[in-house]
Design a protein around this ligand. Structure first.
Ligand code: ATR
Length: 289
């Protein structure tokens, strides 16, 4: 490191973590990690930092040079976080995106805990069985990219990715289609009349309470529907699922907490309990609505 590269500001004392993104104002990560640390009797600092686009790489490197011990990365920097790292977990490598950076002797290590978080919420918290399910994923953006590898690891019968822009779905299917699970892709309309046992909405339409223009699909008797977005009230997709008589419907609050718990574990080797943290966040969400 030359004198010029030297990070500005004091070295961090104690255990310092942060989430970098833009925008970042509404991030719940500081609250979640504070709850984890309290629960485990540990002391740490976790900040939400808004980073300007042209400063991302320099800010990440400076954070670790000053002794920072772990970073979460959120929109729009997950791909750049992966590119900046020396090593990557299979989930991050497949996604080409990282939401968790860990300093190691060999350099920065990239992981992606979004998919593990989703799977853990569906399986451990909600009690859904994923193996053998005909699975439909709607959307092919950043949110979907991070979940496919762990989802396929649960051995669904097959995975179909549909997207408003079909080429993006096709690119993701190609990236994940070399394993034992059949992965296909198409336009939203391509699944007309088909039956699914698990439907995951990974589009950002939910953020504006909109619904992707889905054709008629059949939800099987035990069909589970999951929106990666969380909200105080059921999203348009969750209402669509209920109207289609889905057996179970959930939003992404549990996934948010579980991906944080997995990051905490990767950084600190301790796995926090999540049930209480999820229910406290849920209570906060509904109280504000
Ligand atoms: P994110 O990181 O949230 O995934 P993104 O990469 O911009 O954000 O992807 C947003 C996803 O939501 C995309 O799959 C997008 O479809 P396109 O690839 O065709 O843009 C999808 N999306 C957003 N609004 C939508 C809408 N109203 N109807 C259908 N799909 C929508």
């Amino acid at each position: 490191m030359t004198a010029q590269d030297k990070p500005q500001g004091p070295a961090y004392r104690g255990d310092t973590y942060a989430v970098f993104g833009n925008p970042i104002k509404h991030s719940k990560s500081p609250q979640i990690h504070k709850a984890f640390a309290e629960q485990l009797g540990e002391t740490l600092t976790y900040r939400a930092v808004r980073v300007e686009s042209d400063a991302f790489e320099a800010k990440v490197l400076a954070f670790f040079q000053r002794g920072g011990q772990g970073l979460n990365i959120t929109v729009p920097f997950k791909e750049r976080a992966h590119a900046l790292s020396q090593t990557a977990s299979p989930a991050a490598a497949r996604a080409g995106a990282a939401n968790c950076l860990i300093p190691r002797k060999t350099g920065l290590h990239a992981d992606n805990t979004d998919g593990v978080g989703l799977v853990r919420d569906m399986v451990a918290n909600l009690g859904w069985q994923l193996e053998g399910r005909r699975t439909l994923v709607i959307g092919a953006g950043g949110a979907v990219r991070g979940i496919l590898h762990p989802l396929l690891g649960e051995r669904p019968a097959e995975l179909t990715i549909v997207n408003r822009t079909p080429d993006r779905a096709a690119a993701l299917a190609e990236r994940h289609g070399d394993g034992p699970i059949p992965v296909q892709a198409g336009a939203l309309s391509s699944v007309e009349g088909e039956t699914f046992d698990l439907v995951i909405n990974g589009t950002s339409a939910s953020l504006s309470d909109a619904l992707p223009e889905l054709p008629e699909v059949k939800l099987s008797a035990r069909c589970c529907c999951y929106d990666l977005v969380y909200a105080a009230a059921p999203t348009a997709f969750m209402r669509w699922s209920a109207a289609g008589a889905a057996w179970a419907v959930a939003d992404g609050l549990g996934m948010l907490v579980e991906q944080a718990a997995e990051s905490y574990y990767l950084w600190r080797g301790q796995r926090p309990a999540t049930e209480r943290v999820i229910s406290d966040l849920r209570a906060g969400l509904t109280a504000r609505s």
